[in-house]
Design a protein around this ligand. Structure first.
Ligand code: ADP
Ligand code: MG
Length: 454
């Protein structure tokens, strides 16, 4: 199996174990260069990342690689600058016996330096179902009428549900249709933040204007990360207004709706809500099946219907996790050179579905619930009988039991000094309700995402 594929699978595991901003910062330009005699060699863009990963994530990286191939014993890191990397890729491409595969690998990394868009994200490869059709339709309208129809377009939803794919695909489609007549820029909110920090530090705030105010379409991914960063929010607000007032299209993604980004300035929230907001929720079974099939085609994996069905049935939460499982199946098949059995597929799925091995404490869970509902911690912890507190407290009770398996007396005492029967009642009520009430289910899943990310 190609090194890139192995690393892609390893990354999809690493991603589940560390927070998103960290993952994005430290692993973005990493690459597996070679794997020989149990030693994996990974390239990183600078010394800073190298030190950081060696000190903090060594075990996680080794664990992820070992999960794919138990003969892996050690990981070494080298610094390879972007330039060197470029040359290296070309060499690899030339070396590759199979021109086509080499070319594919090369293409996949060719992010357009002007727009920052990755050409691998296309509308064609984005499968549409009930959970994302509103967002998809809104995107199509924006493509037809840039800047005037839905502005800003705000897409939100949990981790791994396709936000980045969709908003990048919009950028790529606009580029394909309008060629050079429309200037597009894609930026993660971390990158935007870094640019602002750099500009302030170097007293060059005009560079932000130059960079972001002369575009026709600005796509900002994961806006929730700018919350609470005053200077960045300020700068973003001005950029936003300048673009908005001249009818330039703004597309934003976030892991939650504007009103649930607690410390985001009110004026930004109301700007976001003034346009079109569309959510992407968890995919249903049909969509999961369609995605599994299309990813298999993309990756050239042949697996039988029974296993497709199994993956779609069991992997319910994130499309990124579905991809992780498919990568493992691909890896298994290419190593053993035989088709995978249902039993082995089941094993792979069970392993992947396991929670990342981290300590989650009760306070983290309660805080995540409070943040999500925008209620104060004290209200949940005390005896407040306000109605809006009631649901959040019951969900906190449910999650304390479900995730940490804490005793009912403990849960009751912790949340409002209540009797254990209250905790049992809350747990059972929520456990039943989430099967009937799709909205409640989505809320609970979203809170789980927040907990897992912390
Ligand atoms: P998010 O940005 O919401 O966390 P991503 O856009 O990174 O999620 O999606 C995770 C992975 O799942 C990507 O590889 C993406 O291509 C794939 N994916 C998500 N939604 C779809 C879809 N509807 N059809 C095909 N692939 C999808
Ligand atoms: Mg994303």
């Amino acid at each position: 199996m190609e090194l890139d594929k192995i690393w892609e699978s390893a990354l999809s595991e690493i991603e589940l174990q560390i927070s998103r901003p960290n993952f994005a910062t430290w692993f973005k330009s990493s690459q597996l260069l070679e794997k020989q005699e149990g030693v994996a060699l990974i390239s990183l863009p600078n010394n800073f990342s190298k030190e950081w990963i060696e000190n903090r994530y060594y075990k996680i990286v080794l664990g992820a690689l070992r999960n794919l191939d138990e003969t892996t014993k050690k990981v070494n890191f080298v610094v390879v600058s972007q330039n060197q990397k470029h040359n290296l890729k070309i060499r690899q491409t030339e070396k590759s016996k199979n021109e086509e595969i080499g070319q594919l690998v090369f293409n996949e990394f060719k992010v357009n330096p002007e727009t920052n868009l990755n050409p691998k994200y296309t509308l064609n490869s984005f499968m549409v179902g009930g959970s994302n059709e509103l967002a998809f339709a809104a995107c199509q309208s924006v493509i037809k009428e840039i800047g005037t129809k839905y502005n800003p377009l705000f897409i939100y939803g949990g981790v791994g549900l396709g936000k980045t794919h969709l908003i990048q695909a919009v950028g790529n489609e606009i580029e394909r249709l309008y060629k050079n007549s429309v200037k597009i820029k894609y930026v993660s909110s971390e990158k935007f933040t870094n640019d602002v920090i750099w500009a302030i530090r170097n007293k060059r705030t005009e560079t932000i204007k130059e960079k972001y105010r002369f575009v026709d379409v600005l796509i900002v991914d994961d806006i929730q990360f700018i919350e609470g960063k005053t200077a960045t929010e300020e700068e973003f607000f001005h950029t936003f207004n300048a673009l908005y007032e001249s009818n330039k299209q703004i597309i934003i993604s976030s892991d939650r709706a504007p009103k649930f980004i607690p410390t985001l300035q009110e004026r930004l929230k109301s700007r976001f809500e003034g346009g079109m907001t569309a959510d992407i929720i968890y995919p249903d079974y049909e969509l999961r099946c369609a995605i599994v099939k299309s990813k298999c085609e993309e990756k050239n994996i042949s697996i039988n219907e029974e296993i497709i069905d199994l993956v779609a049935k069991k992997m319910q939460k994130s499309i990124r996790e579905i991809e992780g499982v498919l990568n493992k199946i691909l890896f298994y098949q290419s190593r053993k050179n035989e088709s995978i059995s249902v039993k082995v597929a089941e094993q792979i799925i069970t392993e992947s579905a396991q929670k990342p091995l981290r300590d989650i404490n009760p306070n983290q869970i309660i805080k995540a619930v409070a943040d999500f509902y925008e209620v104060s911690l004290l209200d949940i912890l005390n005896r407040s009988r306000k109605k809006e507190i009631a649901e959040s407290r019951q969900i906190a009770m449910y999650l304390l039991r479900d995730i940490l398996n804490l005793s009912y007396p403990y849960i009751g005492k912790k949340l409002g000094k209540r009797d254990h029967t209250t905790a049992i009642y809350a747990y059972e009520k929520i456990a039943q309700e989430i099967n009937r009430n799709q909205n409640l289910n989505q809320r609970v899943l979203a809170i789980r995402e927040i907990i897992n990310k912390e």
